[in-house]
Design a protein. Structure first.
Length: 433
């Protein structure tokens, strides 16, 4: 009987382990590929699904083998070729997708349509036909566990959320040579990370709320602070004030806005002058939404785009300031910002970067991650290693940003310069040894 792709992968991994003994577990080498990413084909073999189910969004990561690889003997076989030192290689792609948690059925339909439920690993020694078990993290892994069992026959094997965030961050910073970058005044500059000098650093994950995590090494971290004013605040308040129906619509609206119509600036208080004694320019925001106090206007008199811009500026400024103050507590000058609040949005990144630069007097820099929203999902994906399925030995990844699968492949968001979003998958190879 012909084996499925997962059975072949599983047997390859088990065989490699037996050949090498206890220390010879499967190794995954992520290597740079110059191939252009293409949409996943129907005949591609899919495996290693992992989820991060948050309060606002569901993030999904999965690996598919290249069915059209020159090393494949047929469409039904796994693409296996000889790697360095004769090691077998599974060539394929890491795919990323996201869905609104409120529309969780869209995610379930996507998993069903891709037959991703067939790709999870059964528990060792479990009888054939037992429900598939896949890795998942986030509060929704608990909240929606019964729903996944009912709809897909999937059992969610839960991984700790903070463990996954840090594991995903460490993985990306070591694996992707163009993962981290700074962004200020419209200028994007990649930062080369010295793997021997990565730790300690501050990881600021901006989801519905914000977590600030001091990372001291692999598996060594502490959540040192956080704030409840985050992406959920922007989305929630924005929906109430502008009637926008989605985060992306609200973000798009901010492009056309002018926050100075609503925000009270230092110059508004000082007659257009700077307050030089304490280092405040006339354009510094003295009070977010402050002009609404004195304006004899109702909510409908303000443009939704101005409200969106002011709200985005307020939240981004505060996250940047609070993050730096917490980094200062521990003497950290390296701060990485991640989470789907950012979405490669130029104005958001610039605002956070300016806040860090201002409060640190230029001594610290805000850095951003290309795979900003998928740290938890990647960490969940990597947790298969704990069970002997994957042992990640990292070289390089070709970074490409994800799409929103629920919107039929549209880009998540196009910043004004259009340079921060590319395609949806990462070309990679899994080397087994």
């Amino acid at each position: 009987m012909q084996q499925t792709a997962d059975q072949q992968v599983h047997n390859l991994i088990r065989g490699a382990g037996k050949a090498k003994g206890e220390r010879g577990r499967a190794k995954m080498d992520i290597v740079e590929s110059k191939q252009i990413s293409e949409p996943i084909k129907s005949e591609a073999q899919i495996s290693h699904l992992a989820l991060d189910i948050g309060g606002s969004l569901i993030k999904l990561v999965y690996f598919s083998t290249n069915s059209d690889s020159s090393s494949s003997s047929s469409k039904d076989s796994v693409a296996v070729s000889s790697g360095n030192e004769g090691r077998p290689v599974l060539e394929g792609k890491l795919h990323f997708a996201k869905f609104e948690t409120a529309k969780i059925n869209d995610c379930i339909d996507f998993i069903r349509s891709k037959q991703l439920r067939l790709s999870g690993f059964q528990k060792h020694g479990a009888p054939a036909g037992e429900r598939c078990t896949i890795k998942a993290t986030g509060g929704g892994a608990y909240k929606y566990a019964d729903l996944f069992k009912e709809k897909l026959g999937i059992c969610l094997d839960k991984e700790d959320e903070m463990d996954c965030l840090v594991a995903g961050s460490n993985f990306l910073l070591k694996a992707v040579h163009t993962e981290a970058f700074t962004y200020m005044d419209g200028q994007k500059e990649f930062v080369q990370i010295d793997h021997d000098d990565l730790y300690p650093y501050m990881l600021v994950n901006i989801g519905s709320g914000v977590s600030m995590i001091k990372v001291d090494g692999p598996g060594k971290f502490e959540r040192v602070s956080g704030t409840n004013v985050g992406g959920g605040t922007f989305w929630g308040l924005g929906r109430l004030l502008t009637k926008c129906k989605s985060f992306d619509e609200l973000l798009e609206l901010s492009h056309r806005g002018n926050n100075r119509v609503i925000d009270m600036l230092v110059g508004d208080i000082y007659g257009g002058m700077d307050y030089t004694k304490i280092g405040l320019s006339s354009t510094t925001i003295a009070s977010s939404f402050g002009k609404a106090i004195s304006d004899n206007k109702e909510l409908e008199d303000y443009k939704p785009e101005d409200i969106s811009r002011s709200l985005l500026r307020m939240i981004s400024n505060n996250i940047g300031q609070i993050s730096y103050l917490n980094a200062l507590r521990f003497g950290l000058k390296r701060i990485f910002f991640a989470g789907f609040f950012i979405r490669g949005h130029a104005y958001t990144m610039d605002t956070i970067a300016v806040a860090v630069h201002f409060w640190s007097k230029g001594e610290a820099k805000a850095m951003f991650l290309k795979h900003e929203g998928f740290l938890g999902a990647l960490g969940s994906f990597m947790s298969y290693e704990k069970h002997g399925f994957l042992n990640l030995k990292v070289h390089q990844l070709v970074q490409q940003s994800p799409v929103d699968a629920s919107r039929g492949g549209d880009k998540i968001h196009d910043p004004p310069n259009g340079e921060l979003n590319e395609n949806q998958s990462i070309d990679c190879s899994i080397c087994l040894s």
